[in-house]
Design a protein around this ligand. Structure first.
Ligand code: SF4
Ligand code: SF4
Length: 138
């Protein structure tokens, strides 16, 4: 059988793995201000998408004799600096920010502390973000 192992130190809750898992072996749910990811422990599907897509390489698919137990990991969600909605794991935002800044030439990452909806408004130029995070109609 094939084990599905996840390194909880490396995993930052981005949900890429659950998004590509069509067999329901990795599931994700957000409850209030926490995200929960559940890994089944075993997967014998003809697939390795989760391992391939995981940004930090936290997933390992490998032959095992005994079935590893299912694992659930939870993450605190960061709240949007403008509207206050929880939108992404703090751990993921912290881990990915340097890569985003590097891709943008080493500068700021506009709207990084905003949810997708508020970020769209900032990038569209219909609002500006004040220093305290609030959005102000431009
Ligand atoms: S190998 Fe494929 S089917 Fe199995 S857990 Fe990963 S994404 Fe899901
Ligand atoms: S893709 Fe990797 S980092 Fe993202 S939630 Fe899955 S195991 Fe964690």
């Amino acid at each position: 059988m094939r084990g599905l192992r996840v390194n909880s130190d490396l995993c930052f809750g981005c949900r890429a793995c659950s998004s590509v898992c069509l067999a329901g072996r990795i599931t994700m749910r957000d409850e209030e201000d926490r995200r929960f990811l559940r890994f089944s422990g075993v997967c014998d599907e003809d697939c390795s998408r989760c391992q391939e897509v995981c940004p930090p390489g936290a997933i390992r698919l490998e032959g095992v004799v005994e079935a590893p137990p299912a694992v659930e990991i939870s993450f605190a969600l960061q709240r949007c600096a403008a509207c206050g909605q929880p939108f992404a794991p703090e751990k993921a935002l912290t881990a990915l920010l340097p890569r985003v800044q590097e891709a943008l030439g080493g500068g700021e990452a506009p709207g990084w502390n905003l949810c997708p909806s508020c970020r769209r408004k900032v990038l569209a130029g219909t609002v500006v973000q004040a220093a305290d995070g609030r959005l102000i109609v431009a």
